[in-house]
Design a protein around this ligand. Structure first.
Ligand SMILES: [Zn+2]
Length: 210
């Protein structure tokens, strides 16, 4: 297995792969990139690869080998060529407008539940006010609806570059508005493989690729 693939498995974040790492004495910064170059438009659910801009974002993650760990990604903004809206891509490992990964917030939540926000704050190196805010936010999130079973699958073919014939096939879960997989191969066999693998797993809610 390639080294980058190993680290991608080690960091275990859905929808991204390892790119680089910066290891300091007491802090580790892991740079990751998205698995796919396409996103679904949140308004019309059509896939788009038209990039507007990127913004470097940093998310506090669970400690790694005793060091504070941060995940850095160039978060992308896309334009939909069908309804012309622009939108920032959603990340599967962190909620919108947050500075922490979802699994970090989950750990803080559990700690607050078992002890106090003051203890959780000191344990995770955040203020007790932030620990309490994370606790209430995760509690609210738990009351919201989880991913729904897939009812409708979208299959779209788009060219990655305007005027070129470099077509890719986008498999989408239109029920939850998420990209399931991107196929470089337009052959029927590749689509059948995807349906037997990724989509079936996604239906079980255990392996959404993005
Ligand atoms: Zn759209």
């Amino acid at each position: 297995m390639l080294k980058n693939d190993c680290v991608t498995k080690l960091i275990n974040l859905e929808g991204v792969k390892f790119k680089n790492i910066d290891i300091q004495e007491d802090e580790i910064c892991v740079f990751v990139v998205p698995l796919h170059d396409v996103q679904l438009c949140p308004k019309c659910s059509r896939p788009t690869s038209t990039l507007v801009d990127i913004t470097p974002k940093v998310y506090r993650d669970l400690d790694l080998a005793g060091r504070t760990c941060r995940i850095e990604i160039d978060q992308r903004r896309f334009e939909c060529l069908h309804c012309f809206c622009t939108f920032t891509e959603s990340l599967s490992f962190a909620a919108s407008h947050r500075h922490y990964t979802s699994r970090f917030e989950q750990e803080v939540y559990e700690c607050c539940r078992e002890t106090t926000a003051t203890y959780a704050g000191s344990k995770f190196g955040i203020s007790d006010k932030t620990a309490a805010e994370i606790y209430y936010m995760v509690a609210r999130r738990k009351q919201q609806e989880p991913l729904q079973p897939i009812q409708v699958i979208g299959i779209d073919e788009i060219a990655m570059h305007k005027g070129h014939k470099d077509f890719i096939v986008i498999i989408s879960d239109l029920t939850n508005k998420r990209v399931i997989d991107v196929l470089q191969d337009r052959k029927k066999a590749a689509l059948e493989d995807c349906m037997r693998g990724g989509v079936r797993n996604s239906r079980l809610g255990s392996n959404m690729l993005q």
